[in-house]
Ligand binder design. Sequence first.
Ligand code: ZN
Length: 190
Amino acid sequence: MPAVAFARQVHGAAAARATGGGSAGEADVLLTTTAGLPAAIVTADCLPVVLYDPQVRALALAHVGWRGTVGGTARAAVQALAARGGAPARIVAAIGPSIGPCCYEVDQAVLDPLRAALGPVEPWITPRGDGRWLLDLWAVNEAELARAGVDPGRIANARLCTACRPDLFHSHRKGSPGRLVTLAMLPAAG
Ligand SMILES: [Zn+2]
């Protein structure tokens, strides 16, 4: 297998283009048009999002936690593909294992910036009392992708919660020291 491309993830919305293995720089969106180059995003509760336009053979991976959601990382990933000739309506998207609405408890310090960035968050939160809410970051980012022009019918979500399934995944919230690697690669031309 060729060397893997990755980025130094900083909970931002910047995109870097990978043309070979190794670090593509500081970014939370990793874009590649290089066939046969595996690109990796590392997470442990944050959302790994993979976007692909089969017609232009461009691939983008994104690392999206609550800060990235505030920063518009999922939309930035769609825009990065569009800048390479991708058409949002043609994009197929996948959301990998990440913390689900069953377990992602947040406080006002998360909801305030989310509200400021995205407007009302009530459709995505469930009160838990004592100033805590459960946040459905999956639904927020599905909505963000749709807002960027991705067809909701083309968004696949494994709906596997990292915090619920310590038998399968690492979870930062559950104190696991490990990380999950999401890999995607454009097929070799043919
Ligand atoms: Zn869960």
